[in-house]
Design a protein around this ligand. Structure first.
Ligand SMILES: *[C@@H]1O[C@H](CO)[C@@H](O)[C@H](O)[C@H]1NC(C)=O
Ligand SMILES: *[C@@H]1O[C@H](CO)[C@@H](O)[C@H](O)[C@H]1NC(C)=O
Ligand SMILES: *[C@@H]1O[C@H](CO)[C@@H](O)[C@H](O)[C@H]1NC(C)=O
Ligand SMILES: *[C@@H]1O[C@H](CO)[C@@H](O)[C@H](O)[C@H]1NC(C)=O
Ligand SMILES: *[C@@H]1O[C@H](CO)[C@@H](O)[C@H](O)[C@H]1NC(C)=O
Ligand SMILES: *[C@@H]1O[C@H](CO)[C@@H](O)[C@H](O)[C@H]1NC(C)=O
Ligand SMILES: *[C@@H]1O[C@H](CO)[C@@H](O)[C@H](O)[C@H]1NC(C)=O
Ligand SMILES: *[C@@H]1O[C@H](CO)[C@@H](O)[C@H](O)[C@H]1NC(C)=O
Ligand SMILES: *[C@@H]1O[C@H](CO)[C@@H](O)[C@H](O)[C@H]1NC(C)=O
Length: 288
């Protein structure tokens, strides 16, 4: 190729005329490689690192009521939000009074005001310590692993876990995250923190939200489909209100923006490959 030749002014000109082309080709390859950047780290007890685009965003938690007396109001209080905000995120709750007990196991999308504090995304709420409470129980039972006991400890450095007095007000950093550059490019509007209950499998969770297992693996940097109870998964949401996406946490979701986005990304990659081939061809013929 001319790039390796020396001599005539003609080849010199060709060589230099090819340079912008070469740079474009390299730039496009670089652009294609860039979005493959890692998403959020699965099972980081500290919480999700602030690798998203925004320092603050609307996020969601998935919560299944486990107490016979749980109501919209009591659930809202748990997560520092209002019954009205929960209703807005769950289309099938519009006629449920704030103080009527919900059926055991009712699944709710909880809107979270998620922001970056101490390099970790978190939605702050509080919990008043009752007799017999431990940071571990509060993490696993009260908040269903939507926060780890390690993160509760870190958010309350002056409190000794073994001797927490009753009525202590604990800061609770609920796990949440804002979409990364790659996710925004793919049309992801928000991330849902999903707490894994015992015996749940990645395939079923993916199906519930209209994702493939691979999409959830990518969103959580999971090397395979092995997941553990009492950890959380981030589930990408294609619309800013998950209720608008699925009509309710248990209803069949429309094809998610993530699957549409992975199709779009595939198309994008293929067309990019086309452009690259064309440029390489051009470069080749130009240099000849
Ligand atoms: C875990 O999260 C902390 C805080 O966000 C972060 O500094 C650390 O790098 C994370 N670790 C991994 C392995 O991602
Ligand atoms: C709610 O259902 C769960 C199982 O899904 C069960 O373990 C729990 O005891 C039930 N709680 C009440 C109050 O019935
Ligand atoms: C439900 O009842 C239990 C006691 O039976 C109580 O400890 C708990 O605070 C109640 N929860 C709500 C949300 O009222
Ligand atoms: C629900 O909670 C809010 C705020 O905590 C309170 O103002 C309101 O009165 C409660 N609603 C009912 C019906 O108790
Ligand atoms: C909303 O609907 C879904 C099923 O369509 C159900 O799983 C969920 O529990 C419902 N929420 C409530 C609070 O009834
Ligand atoms: C509740 O959330 C707001 C932001 O929406 C925050 O400013 C406030 O500190 C939180 N309250 C608690 C008790 O964590
Ligand atoms: C906390 O967990 C321990 C061990 O599982 C249990 O013995 C204790 O009763 C729990 N306390 C509460 C408040 O749930
Ligand atoms: C941030 O870290 C400091 C020092 O570890 C701690 O005192 C503080 O409570 C933390 N803040 C939050 C919001 O986690
Ligand atoms: C799946 O990945 C986990 C790490 O998250 C690893 O510990 C485990 O051995 C892997 N399982 C298989 C079957 O490769």
């Amino acid at each position: 190729m001319a790039l390796l030749e020396k001599g005539s002014p003609r080849t010199w000109m060709h060589r230099h005329a090819s340079l912008p082309l070469l740079i474009s080709v390299l730039a496009i390859f670089a652009v294609e490689i860039h979005p493959v950047r890692a998403q959020q780290q699965y099972n980081n007890v500290s919480g999700y690192a602030c690798t998203g685009v925004q320092p603050r965003c609307l996020a969601y938690a998935y919560y299944r009521t486990q107490e016979a007396n749980a109501t919209l109001n009591s659930t809202a209080a748990l997560f520092n939000t209002s019954a009205a905000n929960i209703v807005a995120a769950n289309t099938n709750l519009s006629s449920v009074p704030a103080t009527t007990p919900l059926a055991n196991g009712s699944a709710l999308y909880i809107p979270l005001d998620c922001s970056c504090l101490n390099n970790t995304y978190q939605a702050p709420t509080t919990k008043v310590v009752q007799a017999g409470d431990t940071m571990y129980n509060i993490s696993i039972i009260t908040f269903q692993a939507l926060v780890t006991y390690q993160a509760i400890g870190a958010a309350n450095p002056s409190i000794i876990p073994e001797t927490m007095p009753v009525n202590t007000i604990l800061r609770i950093p609920i796990r949440c995250a804002c979409p990364t550059v790659r996710q925004q490019t793919d049309g992801i509007k928000s991330l849902l923190t999903y707490p894994i209950f015992p015996n749940e499998e990645l395939s079923a969770i993916a199906k519930k939200f209209g994702h493939t297992e691979e999409e959830l693996q990518v969103a959580n940097t999971l090397p395979n489909s092995t997941i553990a109870a009492y950890t959380t998964l981030l589930v990408p949401q294609g619309t800013s209100t998950p209720g608008g996406n699925a009509g309710g946490p248990g209803s069949a979701p429309a094809p998610s923006a993530a699957s549409r986005a992975s199709q779009a990304h595939w198309l994008y990659s293929v067309s990019l490959l086309g452009v690259q081939s064309l440029l390489l061809l051009l470069l080749f013929y130009h240099a000849k």
